[in-house]
Each structure stands twice: as structure tokens, then as C-alpha cells.
Design a protein around this ligand. Structure first.
Ligand SMILES: [Zn+2]
Length: 105
């Protein structure tokens, strides 16, 4: 009995970018890092949220998994510049709270 008919049809797709992880710039320290290790933050529905799926719509920025970088981004207004809006301090308080929970998991 032939069981491998299906699998032989599904050839692995050739990878478009071999060995290259997309790079994104952290809005805190301004360093370019692998997208995979950064946390994506999106502004949607009037709040800043952590986008774990990295697929949420809206303008997103990337920050290292570090509260220090998030704080830097807040102080330098990097988030506001990247997202082209300004945020109330409460929005940051909320975000930092979420962020801590995220990075300290
Ligand atoms: Zn950083």
C-alpha cells in the first residue's frame, strides 16, 4: 500500500530569504535587532497594546524585551514620533503595566 503519495506531492517551498531574519529598529535604544526578539506595540482603539501575533492592524513599533527600552522610548517620544500621535501619560502607565507582565513571563 502506498502511503507516501500525498507527502511526495508536497515539496518544501524554497525560502525566499535564506538565513536572514527581518530586522526592526527598537524605538528605545535605536538599535536594529531581529524582529523575532522584539515586542511589537500597536496603537489601536485608543490604547497602546502588545501585539503578540505581530499581525495586528494599525501602526506598530518595535521595542526590545526590556522595560529600560520602553522607558527610553517614552522619554524620547519615540513612540509618538513613530506612530504620529501623542499619548496621555495614562496610556503609558497602562502600557508599562502590560509590558512588565509580558517581559517578566
Ligand atoms: Zn532597545
Amino acid at each position: 500500500m502506498k502511503m507516501n503519495t500525498m507527502t511526495s506531492m508536497m515539496k518544501p517551498k524554497p525560502k525566499a530569504q535564506t538565513g536572514k531574519t527581518p530586522q526592526r529598529r527598537c524605538v528605545g535604544c535605536r538599535e536594529k535587532k531581529d524582529k523575532a526578539i522584539l515586542v511589537r506595540i500597536v496603537f489601536s482603539g485608543g490604547v497602546l497594546a502588545i501585539d503578540r501575533s505581530a499581525k495586528a492592524s494599525g501602526r506598530g513599533v518595535y521595542v526590545c524585551r526590556s522595560i529600560a527600552c520602553l522607558t527610553k522610548a517614552q522619554k524620547s517620544k519615540g513612540l509618538e514620533r513613530s506612530m504620529k500621535c501623542s499619548f496621555q501619560p495614562e496610556i503609558y502607565v497602562q502600557l508599562i503595566h502590560l509590558y512588565k507582565a509580558e517581559v517578566e513571563r
